[in-house]
Ligand binder design. Structure first.
Ligand code: ATP
Length: 805
């Protein structure tokens, strides 16, 4: 056990390691600086010294090899420099706290234990080639997270190594001084975790490297499966584990995996800023971060007004009494399903023999190639082989259209409008055309040289030749027409001749869907769903639930866009994506492994996917054999009292285990509503601030309610209040008002539920939203209601909360 002697020895070792670190940093510093200058120098002169001289073959070859040589020197220097700078940075990161843990491990058959000190990066003593610090991601260090003192083993590259952990110790080191040390007997010391979790919320997520729990470690290091599904309670560290996993993968596969080959799908843009510092803190570059909506916007945003998932949710929450509400809900469910996906596939097959829709190719208000002619070519004319895939036939059709355009372009040169344009060509246009003409003249120059050499070729034509004038006009005509046809060709290459809007709309008209849906059957309210969809499409708008299927159909017709660079995709808040979207992601990233992290308890969208049960449809995506599932039940974010309250809100919440950190019970305050309620909340916020809570959220159900709450609280002089909307780009600490769906994934010291009355949270479908809102609280949870409490609160055992005075 720990005693004064242990402490002295540890401080001595710490001083020794710190000394070596300082020495190594000092040694690298000039080298890193100098190398930086050199690389910059070469780069600057690189283009000055090397000019590509192509006037003769030998010159060209010489230039080529000079360029190659310079580039090779440059890239070698840059590589060395990068490595050195990386090493220098890592050492600097280690300096204030070189390690956080230690295990002593005795390998079977050996008499001595090795001391393994673990930190955020490795540090090797070059004098005797020993590891002073092991990177937390090394195989050896995995024992720190996985084993208590006693028999232990780890997977080394050469096979399994077994032995015994004789000591497991944790340190708190700040600025090179040992502040505390704990000998851990079972898991990674509760003391340290207590201390970490007791701190305030931050505007940036923290790395959990020093206190990763065993079950989280399994997720971080799993490298076998194509698909990894993590179902974890609110606050169980899913996002934290995901980010550690990225750092782990980048380390383990550092020779072949780069940060930009990993993509994280986040629930909203603000979340991106929240998690963006974790990887740099761990010494790694950030992965790419995006939202699914960003992808949809990229491909469809210019052609359609797209609804986003938040607008869709607002509709679901706030428009219950709107006409067609039930139909819309039924539509959302159906369009997110695998059944709809299969029906779209059948639709694409059917389009192979009939039903394709085309736009005529138009030029100067006239039809150049009519839609019927395009269809006739598509289904007949050597292009009609139904066994060829639809997208290949579309490509063949595009090529045919381009050929047709070439012929039409030639005919067009004689049209009257061309002559008119020639007459009105301004000087610049004329000069451009003339330049084009002179480029062709270069051929004559070459011919002239040949004549000089060999005699009898025709002599160069002069500008006053009759031929020349005729040729000039011909070239000018050609250039005018070509210019005007350029846009037409471009749109043909972009396959704009396919009437995608019509193709998607057709699915919802004339009984087409009924015919092809077959056994899948039709969802309830189908005729109304058709009407709603068609109305949106006619206005060039798309419901959120239509955007992915629309893109999917587009790809079935036009060919699949894939990204083969990306090797790992991470989907956070994975319960909020539909199976349709998962199928889509799988297709989009054919070479990527997928890690999905989510909580079905927080599934707030109609199209959510179940991750919890063994028969989760997500398992089918890559198949049982290629899928590993993990469940996290321990919740670290909130105090024991808050977890006890929130887990009782869910039917299966009993499985959730709180981490033993206590605080006050959630408080329920009955208010008189209006001004009085706002004043009371403003006073509570002020009191919380005075207690030292720096991050406070007032959470509402919808955005409109947030607007109202913000106005009321501002009128009640609640200070430094900020309204968070879906457009808020970065997450900042402070007091803020926001709808629950934007609070997803993030956490606050204290949460105030603006209105927990039955008027606001009444429907069963709002239960998870309510749960999500309450689980954002780390230390304090306060609920307010002017009228009857929500049934979700009324059902709770009274021992789980306190009535506020
Ligand atoms: N092993 C750990 N050591 C220290 N802190 C941890 C650990 N695991 C989780 N936490 C902390 O718990 C909190 C919740 O973690 P995180 O946000 O990753 O959970 P989550 O499962 O993604 O939550 P949610 O689903 O509610 O968004 C964070 O403050 C995180 O730092």
């Amino acid at each position: 056990m720990r005693n004064a002697e242990d402490w002295r020895q540890e401080q001595e070792r710490l001083d020794f390691v710190t000394g070596r670190l300082r020495a190594k940093i000092a040694e690298l510093e000039p080298e890193a600086d100098q190398l930086h200058d050199q690389a910059a120098d070469i780069r600057k002169r690189f283009w000055e010294e090397v000019t590509v001289n192509t006037s003769s073959h030998e010159d060209f070859e010489e230039s080529y090899f000079t360029v190659r040589q310079q580039a090779a020197i440059l890239s070698e220097r840059e590589r060395t420099h990068r490595l050195l700078v990386q090493q220098w940075r890592n050492l600097n990161r280690l300096l204030p706290s070189p390690y956080f843990g230690r295990i002593d491990f005795r390998e079977d058959g050996s008499a001595v234990s090795e001391q393994v000190y673990i930190g955020v990066s490795s540090f090797v003593d070059e004098a005797n080639l020993s590891f002073l610090v092991y990177d937390w991601r090394t195989p050896m260090a995995s024992m720190y997270y996985d084993h208590s003192p006693g028999p232990a083993a780890f997977e080394a590259p050469g096979g399994r190594i077994a032995g015994e952990v004789t000591l497991k110790r944790q340190y708190r080191i700040r600025d090179g001084r040992l502040r505390n040390l704990f000998d851990a007997s079972v898991t990674i010391g509760d003391e340290l975790l207590q201390a970490v979790l007791g701190q305030g919320a931050n505007d940036q997520m923290k790395s959990i490297v020093a206190t990763i729990q065993k079950e989280q470690n399994a997720i971080i290091r799993d490298d076998r499966s194509r698909m990894l599904i993590v179902q974890g309670a609110a606050g169980s560290g899913k996002t934290s584990a995901a980010l550690q996993r990225v750092a782990y993968l980048l380390y383990k596969h550092r020779e072949r995996l780069k940060a930009d080959q990993i993509v994280l799908f986040s629930p909203n843009p603000m979340f991106n800023s929240y998690v963006s510092t974790v990887l740099p803190e761990l010494g790694e570059e950030n992965m790419q971060q995006t939202t699914f909506q960003e992808y949809l916007d990229y491909w469809l945003g210019s052609a359609y007004m797209l609804e986003d998932p938040f607008d869709q949710l607002e509709y679901v929450l706030a428009e219950r009494s709107a006409p067609g509400y039930e139909a819309r809900l039924s539509g959302i469910r159906h369009k997110s399903s695998e059944a709809f996906l299969r029906t779209l596939q059948r639709y694409a097959l059917r389009l192979g023999s009939a039903g394709m829709r085309f736009h005529a190719i138009r030029f100067r208000d006239r039809e150049l190639i009519g839609a019927e002619r395009i269809a006739a070519q598509f289904y007949g004319g050597g292009n009609g082989d139904a066994s060829v895939r639809l997208d290949n036939r579309v490509t063949a059709l595009m090529e045919w259209l381009l050929r047709e355009l070439t012929a039409l372009e030639r005919l067009e040169r004689e049209a009257d409008w061309v002559q008119e344009e020639l007459d009105y060509l301004d000087n610049e246009q004329y000069a451009n055309a003339y330049q084009a003409l002179n480029r062709e003249e270069a051929v004559f120059d070459f011919t002239e040289k040949l004549v000089q050499l060999y005699g009898d070729l025709p002599v160069r034509r002069q500008p006053d030749d009759f031929d020349y004038a005729q040729q000039e006009e011909e070239l000018l005509r050609r250039s005018v027409v070509k210019e005007r046809f350029r846009a037409v060709r471009r749109s043909v290459r972009r396959l704009a001749f396919i009437d995608m809007n019509g193709l998607y709309a057709q699915l919802f008209a004339d009984g087409v869907y009924q015919e092809i849906a077959g056994e899948e059957g039709l969802p309830a309210h189908w005729p109304e769903i058709c009407g709603q969809t068609a109305a949106k499409l006619s206005r060039h708008e798309l419901f959120y639930e239509d955007a992915t299927p629309y893109l999917y159909l587009k790809e079935l017709v036009e060919g699949v866009r894939t990204n083969t660079d990306v090797r790992h995709i991470f989907v956070d808040e994975g319960q909020d994506y539909s199976m349709f979207q998962y199928e889509f992601l799988k297709k989009l990233f054919p070479r990527a492994r997928m890690t999905v992290l989510g909580d079905f308890g927080q599934a707030i969208f109609t199209q959510s996917t179940e991750l919890r049960e063994a028969d989760s449809p997500l398992v089918r995506l890559y198949g049982e054999a290629d899928t590993t599932r993990f469940t996290l039940v321990r919740s670290y974010r909130s105090t024991r009292e808050i977890v006890a309250f929130t887990r009782a809100l869910l039917p299966q919440g009993g499985e959730i285990v709180p981490f033993e950190r206590s605080g006050g019970k959630p408080t329920l305050a009955k208010t008189a509503g209006g001004c009085e309620a706002a004043q009371r909340m403003a006073a509570d916020v002020a009191a919380l601030r005075a207690e030292g809570f720096a991050s406070i959220a007032v959470i509402t159900r919808t955005a409109a309610e947030s607007d109202g709450a913000y106005a009321q609280l501002a009128a009640a002089s609640c200070e430094a209040l900020r309204l968070v909307t879906k457009h808020t780009p970065v997450f900042e600490k402070g007091t803020m008002v926001m709808p629950a769906y934007l609070a997803k994934g993030v956490e606050f010291d204290a949460v105030l539920i603006f209105d927990a009355s039955a008027r606001t949270y009444r429907h069963e479908s709002e239960r998870k939203l309510f749960y999500t809102a309450c689980t954002r609280a780390m230390h304090r949870l306060l609920l307010y209601s002017a009228g009857e409490w929500s049934p979700f609160v009324r059902e709770l055992d009274a021992s789980l909360y306190e009535a506020a005075q």
